[in-house]
Ligand binder design. Structure first.
Ligand SMILES: *[C@@H]1O[C@H](CO)[C@@H](O)[C@H](O)[C@H]1NC(C)=O
Length: 312
């Protein structure tokens, strides 16, 4: 687009959320509270799972990984958002922007892969209850987690390197509260066809394949339950899978909403609100969805605190 005087851009301006100035303080307090809740809720889950030996099962080790991923995911965007809400010039250096994009993709995908691992774990537990311990061996659990990390690292690295190739000329205003990949592509003055193609292909792989795998796992769980319909079996299956399904629908619902929204019209307000849901509200709600409905976690809370009391 712009020829000639190519000034190299060394920082971007993050416009943040479209909040009227008179409400800035209110929203600052709200986001701060949400961020602290996310950190605290997920930390409690991780610590409980480490401390309580009743929770040393594949399902809870995946859940602990998911909490870790949620914690990191919201820490990629929230501290910068909070800092920028307080500063006069909400800027981010070029390297910081790419770093943020890298970790945003890394932890965002990691969550999606961990949800697949959790769905598979429930599938084995309900469809092959007698072989559960031999199938879900510690070795398989570690391999699934490692595979998730390798795939997401590769995916995030690929997009970040492709982005680093592009040049940015004059426009450095990002109409978003974090360095969003599509917002950055719109600002670039290089040819972005390769980037768009890679996003299209890998986006499909990284979103659609996990989603299909999760759907298949739960479909087979439902089929197994319906084969021998006993009130007790149905209750047991729903109590373990209900919370997983709520998390899956929450995550994929917002992601799909985000992409449908951003492709139909470029309303940045709607996009920011959806992105807010995805990056802030989901990581905050996940620990509550798991622990409020979950007797094991409640039991562990009781045991861990009682032990503390007895030691004192
Ligand atoms: C993640 O899962 C692996 C494999 O089950 C486990 O060894 C590890 O402790 C978990 N990490 C966290 C942070 O929970």
């Amino acid at each position: 687009m712009t020829e000639g005087n190519q000034t190299v851009i060394s920082w971007f301006l993050l416009l943040g959320l479209p909040i009227p100035p008179e409400h800035q303080h209110l929203f600052y307090a709200l986001f701060m509270a949400m961020y602290l809740t996310t950190i605290l809720g997920n930390l409690i889950i991780i610590i409980l799972i480490q401390l309580d030996s009743h929770l040393h099962t594949p399902m809870y080790s995946f859940l602990s990984n998911l909490s870790f991923s949620d914690l990191c995911f919201s820490s990629v965007t929230m501290p910068k958002l909070l800092q920028n809400m307080q500063s006069q010039v909400p800027s981010i250096p070029y390297a910081g922007c790419l770093t943020q994009m890298y970790f945003f993709l890394l932890f965002g995908d990691l969550e999606s892969f961990l949800l697949v691992a959790m769905a598979y774990d429930r599938y084995v537990a309900i469809c092959f209850p007698l072989h559960y311990t031999s199938i879900m061996s510690p070795k398989l659990c570690v391999s699934l987690v490692l595979l998730s990390w390798v795939l997401t690292t590769f995916h995030a690295m690929l997009h970040t390197l492709l982005m680093a190739r592009l040049s940015f000329c004059e426009d450095n205003v990002i109409p978003h509260f974090f360095c969003d990949m599509s917002a950055l592509l719109k600002l670039s003055c290089s040819d972005t066809h390769v980037n768009e193609l890679v996003i299209f292909i890998t986006g499909g792989l990284v979103l659609v394949i996990p989603f299909v795998l999760i759907l298949v796992s739960y479909a087979r769980i439902v089929a197994t339950i319906l084969k021998v319909p006993s009130a007790q079996g149905i209750h047991k299956a729903f109590s373990t899978c209900g919370s997983h399904l709520s998390v899956v629908s929450l995550s994929y619902g917002t992601v799909i909403g985000l992409y449908l929204c951003s492709s139909s019209n470029h309303s940045t307000v709607k996009e920011s609100v959806m992105a807010m849901m995805f990056t802030v509200v989901n990581p905050m709600l996940n620990p509550f969805i798991y622990s409020l409905r979950n007797r094991d976690i409640k039991g562990a809370l009781g045991r861990v605190f009682c032990k503390k009391k007895m030691m004192i």
